[in-house]
Design a binder for this molecule. Structure first.
Ligand SMILES: *Cc1c(COP(=O)(O)O)cnc(C)c1O
Ligand code: SF4
Length: 353
């Protein structure tokens, strides 16, 4: 197979013409309808990882627009996890008492074709918080002493400049009841150089615990640059977690999941969540059946280290909560309990009183 593009593109690919020039689409007009509906961006680093000779390249599948996105199924929804149902002020989602989401920006360095917030993110959505809205969101957090953790999400909050990220961190540090600041980002994978020493300095804290959850779906996303970015955060005392989405053709095999989770652990990232794909519009070509996900996760459990295990979760449509999707190793029936071992064998367990 030949690679059409040996030298990484110099800038982020955003238009159909960009994709054609980069050898990632055959004909520009064909994608017009998809690209009008959903934002597109592929950073030079990720574009450079794509094997042009492989029609099913797992990096291309995640970022290159596809006509399959025009097929919207009945069960798919513009706001699949019900953010809007729990939004007391603009930019805050308060679903669980002790933690809130704070969505400061609605832009991302790349746009994932399966994004659960695809109707809300993009450069033309114009829903970045204004300074006044951000002040109101911070005032809400200040006024609610039960908020123990603030989860910065979006869009991608690492799109903030180092100066604005520092200002946000300082504002949260000044709220005594907030103990944990958690960032959710794809930046270490999408544009690792943006996670500069200056940016890391901006988000680290001496008074609060800082966690960064990195969105990563395939081992190949963990390039040397990505690992260096993760290393800069780990060295600064930031605790690293991961979030992955179970995606057909990208990571729906035990081997792909094992490579991904091991790669994360090697980069000092503790796997956190493996998400069942939400019902966002035009994403059915990525969907893996829950029963298949359960089988994969069980086989993964049997195959690799405990510290490399993500929790398989499903967001209940409409915004109730997450549900734990993994099968249990405990089977309790009328005649007592059985436990399943890593060898796959079920063994009787003494009945307790
Ligand atoms: C997933 C989610 C959280 C965070 O949940 P954790 O289980 O603590 O990671 C918080 N708020 C909302 C609305 C969520 O969807
Ligand atoms: S980085 Fe996250 S918010 Fe942005 S497009 Fe991807 S899944 Fe959506």
């Amino acid at each position: 197979m030949t690679r059409l593009l040996e030298i990484p593109a110099a800038r982020t690919l955003r238009t159909a013409d960009d994709l054609v020039k980069a050898g990632l689409a055959a004909e520009a007009r064909e994608l017009d309808a998809v690209m009008a509906a959903y934002a597109t961006a592929i950073t030079p680093g990720l574009a450079g990882l794509i094997d042009r000779g492989d029609a099913a390249d797992p990096i291309a599948l995640q970022f290159v627009p596809s006509l399959a996105e025009l097929e919207v199924r009945l069960e798919e929804m513009p706001d699949p996890i019900g953010d809007k149902a729990h939004e007391p002020v603009e930019g805050i989602v308060h679903r669980y008492p002790d933690r809130v989401l704070l969505k400061a920006v609605s832009v991302c360095p790349v746009y994932c074709r399966f994004c659960f917030r695809r109707e809300m993110v993009g450069p033309d959505k114009d829903s970045n918080l204004t300074p006044a809205e951000l002040d109101a969101a911070l005032a809400y957090i200040r006024a609610h002493p039960e908020i123990w953790e603030v989860i910065l999400t979006g869009g991608d909050p690492f799109m903030l400049s180092a100066r604005r990220a520092a200002a946000l961190t300082r504002a949260l540090e000044a709220i005594p009841h907030v103990k944990v600041i958690r960032w959710h980002t794809r930046m270490p994978v999408a544009d690792p150089r943006k996670v500069s020493g200056e940016f890391v300095e901006a988000i680290r804290s001496r008074t609060k615990a800082v966690y960064v959850a990195v969105h990563c779906n395939h081992a190949r996303e963990l390039t040397a640059d990505a690992k260096a970015a993760l290393g800069r955060m780990a060295d600064a005392g930031i605790v690293l977690l991961s979030q992955s989405v179970l995606l057909k053709g990208v990571n729906d095999s035990v081997a792909a999941l094992a490579d991904l989770m091991r790669g994360l652990v090697e980069a000092r990232v503790r796997p956190y969540y493996l998400h069942q794909l939400d019902f966002a519009p035009g994403t059915s070509h990525f969907r893996v059946a829950v029963e298949d996900g359960q089988r994969l996760v069980r086989e993964l459990r049997d195959a690799i280290s405990g510290i490399a295990q993500p929790q398989y979760v499903i967001d209940i449509p409409g915004g109730v909560s997450k549900a734990v999707a993994a099968l249990s190793d405990v089977d309790t029936g009328a005649d007592g309990s059985r436990l399943r071992g890593r060898d796959g064998v079920w063994r009787e367990y003494p009945t307790q009183v």
